[in-house]
Design a protein around this ligand. Sequence first.
Ligand code: ADP
Ligand code: MG
Length: 480
Amino acid sequence: MSAGWEVVIGLEIHTQLATRSKIFSGASTAYGAEPNTQACLVDLGYPGVLPVLNEEVVHMAAMFGLAVNARVAPRSVFARKNYFYPDLPKGYQISQYELPIVEHGELFIADADGEEKRIGITRAHLEEDAGKSIHEGLDQSSGIDLNRAGTPLLEIVSEPDMRSAKEAVAYMRKIHTIVRYLGISDGNMQEGSFRCDANISVRPKGQDELGTRTELKNLNSFRFVEKAINFEIERQIEVIEDGGEVVQETRLYDSDKDETRPMRSKEEANDYRYFPDPDLLPVEISAEYIETVRQQLPELPDAKRRRFIDEYQLKADDAAILTNSRPVADFYEATVAASGAKPQLVANWVVGDLSGALNRDGLDITESKVSADALAGLLTRIEDNTISGKIAKQVFEAMWDGEGSADDVIEAKGLKQITDNSAIEAVVDKVIEANPGQVAEYKAGKDKLIGFFVGQVMKETRGQANPGQVNQILKDKLSQ
Ligand code: ADP
Ligand code: MG
């Protein structure tokens, strides 16, 4: 499709910061309250009221800056971005413009070939969110809910470094993981706590100059980001190949129709008449403060992933999945610590059966019906040969259904693995005796039949015979 064309993408990600009160007022930021019950005079833009900066947002922005290897500005300034909209009663949004709190960061994603690729982060600035217009359920009129007005946002702006929709999604996921690791945002995309605007252009391969871009507004799922960008790439290439020109504009993605539509022509910065907000002092941060924040940073996703590979000798894919979310990584490490099982076996179970059960029941790992300790108990029984991996799956399901610990279930259901040689031999003898035809064929050279015999023995022992021993004993006896 895009042969001959290079795609260029830059993202602006809006992350809602997880403070209890708003960025410039004491009103609550809790989601889902009755409209207009969480907007105080400051949020409503009453004349004469003054904004007071919530210190916590400065701390959170500094954490983010350090986590992406950026410069945290010793001095940043809030500015007024002036525009009229019903959900913005003051007539301006307080944001940061010329002097943002974070600049010149970076992170790394895996590109299409699995190679590490650096994506530059131009800046991240603090700003307040606007309210919401409500149309649903209203006839001939619109409602305004100002609960969201004044909610703190960190807008993270990337360099135009991404070259495909997949890279854009990988970058967005990485930012999502980082803000949740830091605990500065819940990253809840359904509630709009994490959303992005995607800037997209195309240019002939080999051309240095960037093409004209369009901006897709408010994409709030990874899937939509990918689909919307891909649609837009196709559209732009088609426009140009048909002899037309891409118009710089803001477009909206319609997920029902899987297409983008023009929303408004692109506004220029000077349309907003930015100027420093005279109601707020510049934010000044000392070097000591930044050092303290640096000391308190948690282990970040990339570092944790590398450690998991080094310390537990995990496969790279498993390490990546397990460190994608901090609670999952914590669960994994707790299970390893509490069990005598090999770290890779624990990884297989957390990534496999446990994740499967969580998905099936729509649960988060923090709500898992089998705790890390309980899972460790089960894996210890695989490791010490009390049960086979296959029987363990059955035990796990029973544990998930609340039937007790691994040992309880193994005991109650009589699932202990049969490792007694003479007991297995007795079953093997029985199977050999009952299948003279297959025995003759096997002896005539049909080696594949060993699988049939193993299956018969397992059936007789309800899957409880130790598979290694069964194989060995069968081979010995059949070659006699
Ligand atoms: P604005 O202030 O108009 O939103 P910025 O210059 O701050 O514009 O850029 C916004 C985003 O658009 C950034 O992520 C940037 O990397 C990206 N961007 C800028 N130019 C292009 C382009 N030609 N193609 C794709 N992305 C671009
Ligand atoms: Mg923009």
